[in-house]
Design a protein around this ligand. Structure first.
Ligand SMILES: [Zn+2]
Length: 264
């Protein structure tokens, strides 16, 4: 082989190796660091449990695919939590939870129909519990849970109903009176529906600040945000508990690392 050819071959080999290790790096990297949230309670937030729309129909919009966790993945995640000894909490149990006890709060936002048709049987199969934050003005809307479904979910002992506002609005954008009305109405409507006190709220669109927290504390015992940790300079209380999003792109490996932040 001529010297020149050997050089070209060596160069090609180097490119392949570099590309391969970069691919490997991408597979092995994780955004989660083990033990960094030890002592905190892991709270997960899901939206839809189904095959993403564009995977069912290629002509469908892909923009919201990330909100879909496939039923098979959700089943694997719950089975793993159970196997690892996690206790599935209700919101009330969050208030008495002691750091060190291996537990998790599974939550759902917005109240999509698949939470009843797909998530519910998977939760039952795994002996798990979940909390669902409902937009009180959107009961029985298109692709949203009906009143009958919600009643059945609540009565099963698997689900706890929480508030996600009356309208799905950013609370930081509302005047004091509107904010109070939004909070009060959501609580009244949901409590009338289930005949059970609604004590938890998840702020719609993740919008919260000190004013929102003070207003919500008038009606609710605990509040959940849409971020995995507090914004800089904010102190954590039961009115602004962080949540970890689980998405279509969360691999099983990501999920393990996500949980190991709390329980290494
Ligand atoms: Zn929402």
């Amino acid at each position: 082989m001529r010297k020149q050819n050997r050089l070209v071959l060596l160069l090609a080999l180097l490119i392949v190796l570099a590309g391969g290790s970069f691919g490997l790096y991408r597979i092995l990297r994780t955004p989660y660091q083990s033990g960094t949230k030890a002592g905190q309670l892991p709270v997960l937030v899901y939206h839809c449990i189904d095959v993403p729309p564009s995977k069912r129909d290629a002509s469908k919009n892909k923009d919201f695919d990330y909100l879909y966790v496939e039923p098979e993945s959700f089943d694997k995640q719950l089975a793993w939590l159970k196997k690892e000894g996690y206790r599935f909490l209700t919101p009330e149990e969050v208030l008495t939870w002691q750091p060190g006890e291996k537990a998790v709060l599974v939550t759902f936002d917005d109240g999509y129909t698949d939470n009843y048709t797909k998530a519910f049987p998977i939760l039952q199969k795994n002996g798990a519990k979940a909390t669902i934050f409902m937009v009180a003005s959107k009961l029985s809307y298109y692709n949203r849970l009906t009143v009958d479904q919600l009643r059945e979910m609540q009565a099963s002992g698997v689900w706890t109903i929480g508030s996600h506002g009356y309208l799905h609005q950013d609370f930081t954008q509302l005047a004091a009176e509107k904010l109070d009305e939004n909070l009060r109405l959501s609580k009244e409507i949901l409590e009338e529906l289930t005949a059970v006190p609604v004590t938890a709220i998840a702020y719609p669109k993740g919008g919260y600040d000190e004013t929102v927290i003070a207003a919500a504390a008038k009606y609710f015992e605990m509040g959940f945000i849409a971020l995995p940790s507090q914004k800089e300079g904010q102190t954590q209380s039961v009115m602004n508990l962080p949540r970890e999003g689980v998405y279509s792109y969360t691999t099983m490996r990501d999920f393990h690392y996500l949980m190991r932040q709390y329980f290494p």
